[in-house]
Design a binder for this molecule. Structure first.
Ligand SMILES: [Mn+2]
Length: 321
């Protein structure tokens, strides 16, 4: 039972002396918000903690509690000193960049996962996973509630940020009545909805908007599969001053297209790879199966993959070469 695990996790936190929080590489709003929420709680109960993420958090999330304390230099982490490791929103262990350390941890080092991705690997002592949840932040909300922990303003802000960023501001099918109820409660507890939106959504420059425009311009439908696709080449992005975060949300926006089974956005990367983002709002379609076939993963309605190659324009469409 999940409820028991929430309590077990609580007990382990009370026992622990030095706690490591870890979230996934290329952290998004939910990753940083769920890390921030737990960091705030640990600070309030005066626990020693550190937080690690393989990549530097994007500046847009600096408004979240404790984000500036996240360590992104692997050498600054001495794994052996931690007696409790908590992974947040990680999906698979590989995204923590601490695979060997976690696999080979001592018996005294407890590993807890809070996640809403489908299960991939099985290394935790306490697994708190709910793939029906909109976000890791929503999973954490129940941790605070079940254990009667006060949700202060900072925690409320984090939980609402995780929910908003992982649901595309309540647009994705993962949004349930429960999600909206929790969001409302977080606002009552002091979360600042307009401020979150200013930081996470209304953050785009003219250059970024032009790239969004290119992606919209390149949108086509494959009639055979009734599947929409669009592409962004390296040249489309080359001369524009944009951050990764400003390009977040393009696949979601394109999936506003009416009447298609789903959508794929293919984007050329600098390193000779192509990143694919799959979205669907069709109730019967599971795009994570396509992603898995191509070596990727994710959720039923939103998933992704990376393949080697370049995009070549043909008369009829695009080819991966
Ligand atoms: Mn998430």
């Amino acid at each position: 039972m999940l409820k028991e695990r929430y309590k077990e996790a609580y007990n382990q936190i009370q026992k622990a002396k030095n706690i490591l929080l870890v979230t996934h590489n290329r952290p998004d709003g939910d990753a940083l918000a769920s890390t921030g929420a737990v960091a705030e709680y640990l600070t309030n109960i005066k626990k020693n903690w550190s937080a690690f993420c393989l990549d530097k958090p994007p500046y847009q999330f600096n408004f979240l509690a404790h984000v500036e304390k996240i360590i992104y230099d692997r050498n600054e982490i001495n794994f052996n000193t931690f007696d409790l490791i908590i992974a947040l929103d990680c999906g698979s262990l590989s995204r923590t960049n601490l695979v060997e350390e976690i696999k080979n941890r001592t018996e005294k080092q407890i590993f807890i996962e809070f996640d809403h991705h489908p299960k991939i690997d099985d290394y935790s002592n306490i697994e708190i996973r709910n793939p029906q949840s909109s976000s890791a932040a929503e999973v954490l909300y129940h941790f605070f509630k079940i254990n009667k922990i006060k949700i202060n303003k900072e925690i409320a802000n984090c939980i609402l940020t995780g929910i908003l960023t992982d649901t595309g501001n309540f647009l994705f099918p993962s949004t349930t009545d429960q999600t909206i109820k929790i969001a409302s409660e977080m606002m009552i507890d002091g979360a600042k909805f307009p401020m979150i939106i200013e930081n996470t959504w209304r953050n785009k420059s003219v250059d970024a908007m032009k790239i969004w425009g290119t992606a919209i311009n390149n949108l086509k439908i494959n009639q055979k599969y009734n599947f929409a696709y669009s592409i962004l080449t390296k040249d489309d992005i080359k001369n524009q001053k944009v951050t990764e975060e400003e390009l977040e949300g393009i696949p979601e926006f394109l999936s506003n297209l009416y009447g298609v089974a789903g959508l794929v956005l293919l984007r050329e990367q600098k390193d000779g790879k192509i990143k694919g983002s799959l979205r669907t709002s069709h109730p019967d379609i599971d795009v994570s199966k396509i992603a898995k076939n191509l070596g990727g993963g994710g959720h039923k309605k939103a998933s992704g993959f990376t393949i080697k190659g370049k995009l070549k324009k043909l008369k009829t469409g695009w080819e991966v070469i």
